[in-house]
Ligand binder design. Structure first.
Ligand SMILES: [Zn+2]
Ligand SMILES: [Zn+2]
Length: 152
């Protein structure tokens, strides 16, 4: 009795990462998640201080307002310097726009539109634009390799 042939997959279905590709992506995904967490933390802390500064006496405003603004500026800097999610398979940035494949489900059924939201016919998602993502990145949009099973 020989081994059963491995399922090779068919065109249009996502393929698994080559050995190690997945592992190579993990540190980048961890860095990316950490950065977004810091961004949210600074933004919320800054927003709270800015809000409080509306209610404190004038003599105290600068002691609350200035740190609040500094925190918000820091949050913005963190946001705009988020490390790129480079695909270890094809070397393209997987978080930079859309190519052929749906980043959430890996199927090649994206309808890309500059006017309306990009839509995936396979999983039914409407994709938010770059940076303001409302979908998880699981697959590389350029080569459909599996990057992170939970999504980034
Ligand atoms: Zn790729
Ligand atoms: Zn999809």
């Amino acid at each position: 009795m020989g081994k059963l042939p491995l399922n090779e997959g068919s065109p249009g279905t996502p393929r698994e990462a080559n050995a190690g590709g997945h592992e190579l992506f993990r540190p980048a995904a961890a860095r990316y998640r950490r950065r977004l967490m810091h961004f949210v933390f600074y933004l919320v802390a800054g927003a709270i201080l800015a809000f409080i500064s509306l209610f404190v006496p004038d003599s105290l405003v600068k002691w609350v307002g200035i740190p609040g603004i500094a925190l918000i500026v820091t949050a913005m800097l963190l946001f705009f310097t988020v490390p790129a999610l480079r695909c270890p398979e094809c070397g393209n940035h997987s978080d930079n726009g859309f190519d052929k494949f749906c980043p959430a489900c890996g199927k090649d059924q994206l309808t890309i539109s500059a006017l309306r939201a990009t839509h995936c016919n396979a999983c039914g998602r409407n994709m938010g634009s770059y940076k303001y993502r409302n979908y998880p990145i699981r697959y590389c949009t350029h080569c459909s390799v599996l990057l992170d099973e939970h999504g980034v």
